[in-house]
Each structure stands twice: as C-alpha cells, then as structure tokens.
Design a binder for this molecule. Structure first.
Ligand code: CA
Length: 236
C-alpha cells in the first residue's frame, strides 16, 4: 500500500501538479487549499507526510505547522517562496522537518519526499528493534559510574557529577541501550523528540561534553564509543 501524503497548497495548478506526480510515484494523495482544511484532513487522513505551503489564505503554513506539531509527529516538508520565510523555517521555530524553495523541480521534490519518508521509516524500525536493556527506574551501575534515575544524577567514583538535563537524558538513554549501536537520528528523535529539529551535530556536541565528564581519557573514549558511519554505542 502506498504511503499517504497530504498536499497543502492554495494555487490549484501547483496543487494538481504535485498530486499528479506523487500519485504517479505510487503515493496516495489528499489535497487541501487552506490551513483549516489542512488541519482537519491531517487529523482524519493521518498522512505519512505533509507538504505544506506557507502562503495560504487565512491561517498560514507556519501556524498550521505549529498546531500540527502539538498533535502529531508526521514529518512536514514546507514549501517556501520568500527569503524571510526561509529564515523562519531554517530557524526552525515552526518545527518543519525540511523545506523546499519555490520554484523547485518535481524531481527535487520527489527526492526530498522519498528521503524524508525513508528517514521516518528507519527511525520507526529502530524504535521497534531497540528495546531497553534495563528497567528505567533502577540505578545503573557501570563499574565506577552510577546513574540514578530517581535522583536524576550520576556519580563517578562516588562523586556526584553535575550534568545538564539533556546530557543526563542522553547518557541515560545510551546506558539503557548498552551494547546497541544507536544512530544520531534515532538518538535525536528519542532524547530531543520530534519537536526538536536540530541536526545530528547536536548529538555529537552532547556526546563530547559527556565524554569530558565521564571518560578517563575523553580523547580515546571507552564508554561512549563512536561507531563509524552508524552512530554511538554505550559500552558500560
Ligand atoms: Ca500559496
């Protein structure tokens, strides 16, 4: 069965062209011409992806995206026409997953759609496969390193180590999946959530900070290991 795409675009010619080309690729397509209709369709139709134009009559694409983000994790690819729109999308205050600047080629659009759907599929599969290896409220002990989920703190050689909230959550998440290779995208999705549309460098930066705090030699880490081309693995 084809994946479902909701096309939100008020220019009818473009809306039809998009729908036609997406259907030709095997996707199921529904269309909406304004923000309110887009929200209603998104709720009923439960698309796998939403193509969202910014300049819409009434409620604009930014507002639609903000509302969507509160209700669902469906990836949103925004269609922008102006530089000031791009700034806001790239600033990611609205929570879009990707954007495309008008005019774009159909080929480029289809490639982006495919890539975004694939990314979501991979993350979902990873979520299904990666069952936590430990219960979430017990203290996790890795030799001289102890994570205490109840107190949200870690201790190294019996000394409490101050961590920022995201550092703590990241370390806990890694530790709960000890021995499993976790991709940056998966970590982003689980620790930061879909609302956060940063890129995977966010994960790298936090891993670096964590290593400085918990590795005896941060330059050659033994606990949080980089798996080239794949992500990170917590060794213990
Ligand atoms: Ca428009």
């Amino acid at each position: 069965m084809g994946e479902k795409i909701l096309v939100v675009e008020d220019e009818i010619a473009l809306q039809e062209t998009l729908a036609y080309n997406l259907r030709k690729q095997g996707y199921e397509v529904e269309t909406a011409g304004d923000g309110q209709a887009a929200l209603e369709l998104a709720r009923q139709y439960k698309p796998n992806l939403i193509l969202l134009d910014i300049m819409l009559p009434g409620m604009d694409g930014f507002e639609v995206c903000r509302v969507l983000r509160k209700e669902m994790t469906t990836p949103v690819l925004m269609l922008t026409a102006r530089d000031d729109e791009i700034d806001r999308v790239v600033g990611l205050e609205v929570g879009a997953d990707d954007y495309l600047t008008k005019p774009f080629s159909m080929r480029e659009l289809l490639a982006r759609v495919k890539a975004l759907l694939r990314r979501v599929r991979l993350i979902r599969e990873e979520i299904d496969n990666a069952a936590p290896t430990s219960a979430s409220n017990q203290a996790l002990v890795f030799e001289n390193l102890v994570l205490d989920p109840n107190r949200r703190e870690i201790r190294l050689d019996n000394k409490a180590i101050p961590l920022k909230p995201k550092e703590y959550e990241l370390l806990l998440f890694l530790a709960q999946h000890q021995g499993q290779v976790l991709s940056r995208e998966f970590i982003l999705e689980r620790v930061w959530g879909w609302d956060f549309i940063g890129d995977s460098r966010t994960v790298d930066v936090h891993v670096r900070w964590l290593r400085e705090k918990i590795e005896s030699d941060p330059a050659s880490p033994k606990r949080i290991v980089t798996v080239r081309g794949a992500g990170y693995r917590f060794e213990g």
